[in-house]
Design a protein around this ligand. Structure first.
Ligand code: ADP
Ligand code: MG
Length: 683
């Protein structure tokens, strides 16, 4: 089974380890540890050095020490509650071992009279004598005790001893893998091999040594493997040849000229990048990234009209029906009358749907809007040339890859997301795509005024809201999100709804986790039509939808949210030209740290900047729920602290792409690190 030059050993099942039975295996599996490789990232948190032994006369009271002793006499009192004692000695003095609640038989077995035994534990002093209470490290074999014993953050049910035994087995059998990195990369880490790095990583004295060569090398391996996989996917997509589109710039500019605003520079730049892709003979697989309200929709619709004018159909998918309908309405408004635009709704009658299917099949519809329903198998496009997907930042690499396969050879793909994230993360998460970024906000935007308020001052907030409602504005009221309990979420939202409904009778509507999709659509639609003034909700209000009248958002228990989340929520208002306000409510006075965070939010409306700060404060896994999105978390690498390694990995990846280097030598790296199993076919 053990083949020390083979990475496959590390992918073997946990039960290949001595001392790991079904129970331990299942406990580890619950922690997402499925093979030996996964265990490599279970690192010691601290350690106890039991390697040096002392003579009894030199023992230091209060410290953990190791002694070699010989048991001399048992002292097992017949009185209950009194502990059992074993008097032991070496040539320099005596020490008692004290046992509470231990059987005599057990004591006699571990401390047999007249034999030399090694014991390790905390030294005490009682009635003029050294003693050790309930020692756990006792053995005739000194080598078992005289080691450093690592402490791990324990998985329930697995003891420190078992962890030490398991980890030692893996480290001792660690395969020596052929080096995959180039000489120049390797020299950046003082030429330390993967095998040595792992060994160093697990030495207890190296805990937290983030700046060391071994740590940096291993972090780099993680980053680089991700980039390499991304690069392979991108290469594969680029290889797909398509018929280039021919853009009618007159038609495009006619639409632009009729808009009641002018496009920002970033919008124009992104549009150009997309147009270039449409005209190329390689398939487009591009992400349009831009903060909430940065104006991505119009850019995508212009790409759509260019595709249509080139003789192709477009499928535009949004996460919700309301958003699909908003985009549909906008397209009807700005596209020339001869363009056939349609919308598939879940609620459309069967007959109508059937008709739409037929029209799509006969190329009678140029662009279709809808939710994921537009990708049902039974829907066949005559000549699909572009798929646009709005607000799907939670699509993982796998889902995206499936998407790029969809639509056939001549079909380009454009994804849009309103989650600005730092560049290092973008490279990691969206590295399989080309990326266009809209950083600039439309010029007519007024900054959203952001305030913080203590909850006891709620009357002030109500007064403010009353005034806003009077002049025709609408309000979002976001209730505390209590992640641990959906039930609590639910009841807090209902309570708040009742409370507000008393103050503003018949003007309040409610959305919570238990509202089903149809109801949700209905409620959001009513709110859009201004039938209610206040929308109370727990669930994050759907991204992307334009609520032109909503200009105030109140966020309760704001400390429950990360900065990026607060920024996203805040982005639901302030899209129009009216003044808008975000009120962050807190239960108690803010800590200094919290004040610092809120200040960032008050001072800037740049989502990219905020996400960068957020990541510094909370780590990257947490921002915007990427954890749940199936995007793998790095074990060592950190996009903030290792940004230099991310840049180095990007450079190396580009070098390999440009040199057409064979990537076979990276096979072990990819096989070990890539959970997605995307490139199985790397020989
Ligand atoms: P998002 O990027 O969040 O999808 P939208 O495309 O929904 O943003 O745009 C938000 C609002 O901004 C829309 O009402 C849109 O008409 C408007 N808008 C888009 N581009 C501009 C611009 N260059 N100048 C002014 N308003 C714009
Ligand atoms: Mg949008």
């Amino acid at each position: 089974m053990k083949n020390k030059t083979n990475y496959e050993y590390l992918l073997s099942d946990l039960s290949s380890l001595r001392g790991v039975g079904t129970k331990t295996k299942n406990l580890l599996k619950n922690k997402n540890i499925n093979n030996l490789f996964d265990l490599l990232w279970k690192l010691p948190k601290s350690y106890t050095d039991r390697s040096l032994s002392a003579k009894i006369k030199d023992l230091k009271i209060g410290e953990i020490q190791t002694v070699n002793i010989t048991p001399q006499k048992y002292n097992f009192p017949r009185i209950r509650k009194l502990p059992n004692r074993v008097v032991c000695s070496d040539e320099t003095g005596e020490i008692d071992f004290v046992f509470f609640n231990s059987y005599e038989g057990y004591i006699k077995k571990i401390l047999p009279l007249g034999k030399e035994i090694t014991v390790s534990g905390k030294v005490g002093y009682f009635r003029n004598k050294y003693q050790m209470t309930n020692p756990k490290y006792v053995s005739e074999d000194a080598s078992l005790i005289k080691q450093t014993h690592n402490k791990y953050s324990l998985t329930e049910g697995i003891s420190e001893k078992i962890y030490n035994r398991i980890m030692r087995q893996i480290i001792d059998n660690l395969p020596v893998l052929n080096e995959w990195h180039s000489k120049s990369i390797l020299s950046k880490f003082k030429n330390i091999s993967w095998n040595s790095s792992i060994k160093e990583l697990h030495k207890p004295e190296n805990i937290g040594n983030y700046k060391s060569n071994f740590y940096q090398r291993l972090a780099f391996d993680e980053i680089f493997s991700t980039f390499l996989v991304n690069s392979e996917i991108r290469k594969k997509i680029k290889k797909i040849k398509k018929k280039n589109k021919v853009i009618n710039y007159n038609a495009q500019n006619n639409i632009i000229n009729r808009l009641d605003f002018s496009l920002t520079n970033d919008q124009l730049k992104s549009l150009n990048e997309i147009n270039k892709d449409l005209c190329s003979t390689s398939k487009m697989f591009r992400l349009l990234q831009g903060d909430v309200g940065s104006g991505k929709t119009i850019v995508s619709l212009l790409a759509a009209i260019n595709t249509i004018n080139s003789g192709y159909q477009v499928a535009f998918m949004a996460p919700t029906e309301i958003l699909a309908r908003q985009h549909f309405t906008l397209a009807k408004k700005i596209f020339p009358k001869n363009i056939n635009i349609d919308l598939i709704s879940g609620k459309s009658e069967y007959k109508l749907k059937k008709e739409i299917h037929k029209k799509l099949e006969n190329n009678k519809i140029n662009i279709i809007f809808g939710t994921h329903a537009i990708f049902q198998k039974k829907i066949i496009f005559k000549k699909l040339g572009l798929i646009i997907i709005d607000e799907q930042h939670k699509f993982g690499v796998n889902q995206r890859k499936k998407l790029s396969d969809k639509g056939g050879t001549n079909c380009d793909v454009l994804l849009m997301t309103a989650t600005p994230i730092p560049r290092t993360l973008t490279m990691t998460i969206y590295g399989d795509m080309d990326i266009s970024i809209i950083r600039e906000k439309p010029k007519n935007r007024k900054p959203i005024k952001t305030y913080s308020k203590l909850e006891i001052k709620i009357e002030d907030v109500l007064k403010f809201i009353k005034k806003e409602i009077k002049i025709g504005n609408q309000i979002f009221w976001v209730c505390p999100l209590i992640e641990e309990s959906k039930k609590l979420d639910h009841s807090s939202a209902i309570k708040k709804f009742r409370f507000l409904n008393q103050k503003f009778p018949n003007q309040v509507c409610l959305l919570h986790g238990k509202t089903n999709n149809d109801e949700k659509n209905q409620i959001l639609n009513n709110f859009l039509k201004n039938k209610f003034k206040i929308l109370v909700s727990t669930t994050i209000i759907e991204v992307g939808i334009d609520f032109p009248n909503a200009n105030v958002i109140v966020i309760e228990n704001a400390n429950k949210f990360g900065l990026s989340q607060l920024h996203q929520l805040r982005g639901r208002v302030g899209r129009g030209e009216i003044d808008s306000t975000c009120i962050l409510m807190f239960k108690s006075n803010l800590s200094e740290n919290a004040k610092k965070r809120i200040k960032i939010l008050k001072n800037t409306n740049d989502g990219f900047l905020i996400s960068e700060e957020d990541m510094k404060l909370r780590g990257f896994g947490d921002i915007l729920g990427f954890k749940q999105s199936g995007i793998k978390n790095f074990k060592l690498a950190d996009p903030i602290h290792n940004s230099d390694l991310f840049l180095l990995a990007e450079k190396e990846m580009k070098r390999i792409e440009n040199s057409n280097e064979d990537i076979k030598k990276f096979k072990p790296l990819i096989k070990l690190y890539d959970r997605a199993d995307i490139i199985n076919d790397i020989a």
